[in-house]
Design a protein around this ligand. Structure first.
Ligand code: IYR
Length: 243
């Protein structure tokens, strides 16, 4: 069988030539850290205890955040593993109050339809412990909204398109990185998904082939913020080990 990637540089060069492929360039892996067993265990435990502090917040203050914090967190998100390294995402960052107002109006319109008829009763029952409703004041209060778009393909200026692979999975992973990075910086987030979200393309001037993936509300919680009293599944419930 013909291997597409080969350790032997000459064989690799030959394969690429025959298949008319770009030659992959490899460099030594230098940035990977290595810890002692004890440190590895401790770090994994510490990370779990840190990330489990993250709570989805709906009571946001208007306390400002330096733009660089958002930029660094988006750069962190952009390092996420993704299909063929095509990086099929776009992050639209909204600070402008008028744009936030437009987003709030459109989102609340969708949510009103959702809560007053569109959503099946079972869905409303599942949401009941969260205490959510169609009112979304945080969309105007929080200092930043980040709308993450997933790109099924790239659109070239000449009108031709190039397909992206695993666009939604990749964007989901990048969103996870972004949320973790924002949490690490001491910020609170809310993953908001008014459905449908197509209005975001119009307001944010994004092309129609970009799919709004999630609207992330970013800021500091108010001093008296409350969160629902909910718990997470146990390790046994979410995993099994095949030894
Ligand atoms: N988009 C609505 C409903 C909602 C849906 C799910 I799934 C949630 O986890 C939370 C809310 C809203 O934002 O209120």
């Amino acid at each position: 069988m013909l291997r597409l990637y080969h350790r032997d540089k000459n064989v690799q060069r030959h394969i690429c030539k025959v298949l008319n492929m770009a030659e992959p360039q490899h460099i030594p892996l230098e940035d990977q850290r290595s810890y002692s067993i004890e440190e590895t265990v401790e770090r994994s435990r510490n990370f779990y205890h840190e990330i489990k502090r993250r709570r989805t917040v709906r009571d946001f203050s208007d306390r400002p955040i330096p733009r660089e914090v958002i930029e660094n967190c988006i750069l962190a998100a952009g390092t996420a593993p993704n299909g063929a390294n095509l990086q099929p995402w776009h992050f639209s960052v909204v600070k402008n109050p008028d744009v936030k107002t437009a987003i709030r109006k459109a989102a609340e319109q969708e949510e009103e339809a959702f809560y007053n008829g569109k959503a099946p009763q079972a869905w409303l029952d599942a949401l009941a412990p969260l205490g959510t409703d169609s009112s979304k004041p945080f969309l105007e209060i929080a200092p930043f909204l980040i709308v993450i778009f997933s790109k099924s393909h790239e659109q070239r200026d000449d009108g031709s398109t190039v397909k992206n692979y695993y666009a939604n999975e990749s964007t989901g992973i990048a969103t996870g990185f972004l949320i973790a990075a924002l949490h690490d910086a001491g910020l609170a987030t809310l993953t908001h998904t008014p459905s449908p979200m197509k209005f975001l393309n119009k307001i944010l001037h994004r092309p129609s082939h970009e799919r709004p993936f999630v609207l992330l509300v970013v800021g500091y919680p108010t001093d008296d913020a409350v969160v629902p009293a909910i718990s997470k599944k146990s390790l046994e419930e979410i995993s099994d080990f095949i030894d």
